[in-house]
Ligand binder design. Structure first.
Ligand SMILES: Cc1cc2nc3c(=O)[nH]c(=O)nc-3n(C[C@H](O)[C@H](O)[C@H](O)COP(=O)(O)OP(=O)(O)OC[C@H]3O[C@@H](n4cnc5c(N)ncnc54)[C@H](O)[C@@H]3O)c2cc1C
Ligand code: SF4
Length: 336
């Protein structure tokens, strides 16, 4: 363990200021990811800025009929909040499919957005990993890649390759709901649409997201539309608890007179960020439920998918999960 200093500021300005003046400092919230990474020597902050005393721990209605989730509200308190349960059940389901009860009691909404990949090689300092050590190569492409990405990957040149996935469940639901992330940083406040928050590896696989150095996530805004009548979250994993998604699917539908009037589909476990294609979602609009072609939608969402050996099974798995999630959201099948 490397030595580090510790501070616990009481207001947001002080917390942001800490990162501005201390190069190598990092925020810590629930610590459920950062502390593991520090113990493994993957992350080596020289100063921890504990944000747990900042006023970012409430869930409030917004003027436009939506809901603002404070960055410090725990995953458990979010999932069981009456407004989330009734207006955004998709979000509750996704959160409760993740981790364990104990972890959800500590893990915060803000921290969940920043959790690092679960790629084995990222955690193993004896192997090359462009995300951990830029330019060193990617141990996963020709290694054991069962949990890795099949969409939006970067597999060449070797010094920028990465086929890691983002492991979150919460983020898959936030992507489907078109959430907006609120951040405060050295240059002031700004908002980031959820689709732009995480990024594909491209030629900078060491960057997980579009947050700028020193920026603090203060809240996540949910728009008014919560797809509370027709939604589904399916998570396929090796164990039924305490395991990350091999594939997950979040679906929200609006249905009137037996026809789909709006559709959202986000995939987890398949890419460096929650995967959405709005043009594919549009294929469902106007379809009659009794004749809806969910298989074509699944094929279109997986267009261009590429397996790397151990993870090739995910392509068919994802298609089947999409069809099942759409049927469950449309109430053509009972929720699993
Ligand atoms: C065994 C295990 C199983 C898990 N299974 C799942 C699962 O199935 N699904 C799932 O979704 N998650 C899972 N998780 C991940 C867990 O949900 C995350 O570790 C947690 O959400 C991170 O939140 P935290 O508050 O503990 O973050 P921390 O560990 O405190 O911080 C993580 C990172 O976020 C940064 N950070 C934290 N808050 C902010 C903020 N407000 N603004 C800017 N930066 C910030 C920190 O600097 C750090 O880099 C699992 C974790 C473990 C250990
Ligand atoms: S997939 Fe990404 S995180 Fe995993 S070893 Fe390759 S570069 Fe590192």
């Amino acid at each position: 363990m490397n030595s580090f200093s510790y501070t616990r500021p009481s207001d947001i300005g002080m917390a942001v200021g800490e990162l501005a003046i201390h190069e190598g400092a990092q925020f810590i919230a629930g610590g459920t990811n950062l502390l593991d990474l520090m113990k493994e020597n993957v992350e080596r902050p020289n100063r921890l800025v504990d944000i747990n005393r900042l006023a970012m721990n409430t869930i409030d209605d917004t003027e436009d009929g939506g809901l603002r989730l404070g960055a410090l509200v725990t995953n458990a308190d979010t999932a069981y909040h009456p407004a989330v349960e009734s207006r955004y059940p998709l979000l509750s389901r996704a959160i409760l499919a993740g981790a364990s009860a104990q972890l959800r009691n500590m893990a915060t909404n803000g921290g969940n957005l920043f959790q690092r990949t679960r790629c084995y090689y990222f955690y193993d300092l004896a192997t090359p990993c462009n995300k951990r050590e830029p330019g060193s190569g990617c141990g996963a492409i020709h290694g054991y890649n069962r949990i890795h990405a099949i969409l939006g990957t970067s597999d060449q040149p070797p010094e920028t390759a990465c086929i890691a996935t983002h492991p979150s469940d919460l983020c898959v639901a936030l992507a489907a709901l078109d959430a907006v992330v609120r951040v405060t940083g050295p240059t002031g406040e700004r908002t980031i649409p959820f689709a732009d928050f995480h990024r594909l590896p491209g030629d900078e696989p060491w960057r997980d997201n579009t947050v700028q150095p020193g920026e603090l996530v203060t809240a996540i805004d949910l728009p008014a539309k919560g797809f509370s009548d027709y939604n589904a979250y399916i998570k396929i994993r090796d164990r039924t608890s305490y395991a990350f998604a091999l594939v997950s699917v979040a679906v929200g539908l609006e249905i009137a007179d037996n026809r789909i009037t709006e559709a959202r589909i986000a995939l987890g476990g398949v890419a460096h960020k929650p995967w959405r294609k709005t043009e594919v979602e549009a294929m469902l609009v106007g379809q009659n439920l009794s004749e809806a072609d969910f298989q074509s939608v699944a094929e279109a969402l997986l267009a261009g998918a590429k397996g790397y050996g151990h993870n090739t099974f995910k392509i068919e798995l994802a298609k089947r999960a999409i069809v099942r999630a759409l049927k469950q959201a449309a109430k053509l099948e009972p929720a699993s």
